[in-house]
Design a protein around this ligand. Structure first.
Ligand SMILES: NC(=O)c1ccc[n+]([C@@H]2O[C@H](COP(=O)([O-])OP(=O)(O)OC[C@H]3O[C@@H](n4cnc5c(N)ncnc54)[C@H](OP(=O)(O)O)[C@@H]3O)[C@@H](O)[C@H]2O)c1
Length: 318
């Protein structure tokens, strides 16, 4: 009988890409969706759907019947509120784990961030650190993959930089301090998860993985600008001003391209060993500049407006 996988967060950027790779592998995929008036962003491919809230033990129990493996991607990170992070990422993970143990789930894959820590000053890293601890102490064999920023056609990272450039025709604002990132191509991440499942890699461990390069935010922005054939002068902004701007945009726009989450994200380096993906999974990761074809026909100002009014899901609409 095919192995049954429950995927939370399957409608997000990473979940949708992962389902496309796992769907033809012969797994029996069950997607956990939260109760909502409309179901948007369902990944293509064959799968069944379970509607359950991460705060409702009974519906989680029903969703977990017959499940051997959970891939836990659901996160309120995109919603940028500490309250949501606690409810979804921490308490939701705790309840999911509790119900998974009762249901006899065999193993869990969890996606986290480089820098996750229960004592981090940054709410999203603190929530990830707390969720990691819940999983590690649960007794369920868990593969925790910590990554730097992931990029791909439906990301809210390179796409947002490209769209923001269309709203800043002369200068592009970047934070002072030049934190380093290690952008990871979505195709390499989902290949690593696929291998972790098939070859039982990393269960009981926390693996930090990233792309092949340590890039400053200047490097990332310049690479994206080249990919979408734009030229801008980079202007450095003192981080407290950037945070003020992010708080204002976040307060007034339905979906802001610059959020307090990103200001936190760019506060310190988000890097690990450059050869980690090769060492753990035998994958030679792609360079940022080599995979940005999807930005060539940039979404521009119209795309930015659609993103602001309707959210990241508009990125999957092309
Ligand atoms: N993207 C990155 O660069 C990156 C890097 C490292 C780690 N990660 C981690 O990888 C995971 C997936 O990231 P992503 O970029 O794919 O995120 P995303 O695009 O923001 O997707 C988030 C997913 O979580 C679901 N979700 C949010 N709140 C929920 C709730 N209360 N109950 C159930 N589902 C809920 C969303 O469902 P709806 O469709 O209903 O909103 C969506 O499917 C996250 O845990 C993130 O922290 C991401």
């Amino acid at each position: 009988m095919a192995e049954r996988l429950l995927i939370t967060g399957a409608t997000g950027f990473i979940g949708r890409a992962l389902c496309q790779v796992l769907s033809p592998r012969g797994y029996d995929l069950r997607l956990l969706l939260r109760p909502s008036r409309s179901i948007r962003g369902l990944p293509p491919g064959r799968s069944e759907v379970a509607i359950a809230s991460l705060s409702d033990a009974r519906s989680l129990r029903a969703a977990l019947v017959g499940v051997q493996t959970i891939i836990h991607l659901a996160s309120a990170e995109g919603e940028h509120r500490r309250r949501d992070l606690l409810a979804t990422d921490v308490e939701g993970t705790a309840l999911l784990v509790e119900q998974a143990r009762l249901a006899g789930v065999r193993r869990v894959v969890y996606l986290s961030h480089i820098g996750a820590s229960r004592i981090s000053a940054f709410p999203f890293l603190q929530a990830k650190g707390m969720a990691e601890q819940i999983l590690l102490e649960s007794g369920l064999p868990t593969c925790i993959l910590r990554t730097s920023s992931v990029f791909g056609p439906e990301d809210s990272f390179t796409n947002v930089i490209a769209m923001a450039a269309s709203a800043m025709p002369v200068a592009f604002l970047v934070p002072q301090g030049q934190p380093q990132l290690q952008p990871l191509w979505i195709g390499d991440l989902v290949a690593a998860i696929d291998l972790a499942l098939r070859e039982e890699i990393g269960f009981g461990q926390v693996l930090s993985i990233g792309g092949p390069e340590h890039l400053t935010i200047d490097d990332v922005v310049q690479t994206v600008l080249i990919a979408c054939r734009r030229s801008r002068v980079l202007v450095r902004v003192w981080p407290p001003y950037l945070r003020l701007g992010a708080n204002l945009l976040d307060a007034f726009l339905p979906y802001s391209p610059l959020t307090p989450y990103w200001v936190d994200y760019l506060a310190v380096n988000r890097t690990c060993e450059a050869n980690a993906l090769a060492r753990w999974f035998g994958i030679r990761p792609a360079r940022l500049a080599d995979r940005l074809d999807y930005l060539r026909h940039g979404r521009g100002l119209r795309g930015l407006m659609r993103f602001i009014w309707r959210g990241p899901l508009t990125l999957s609409a092309g």
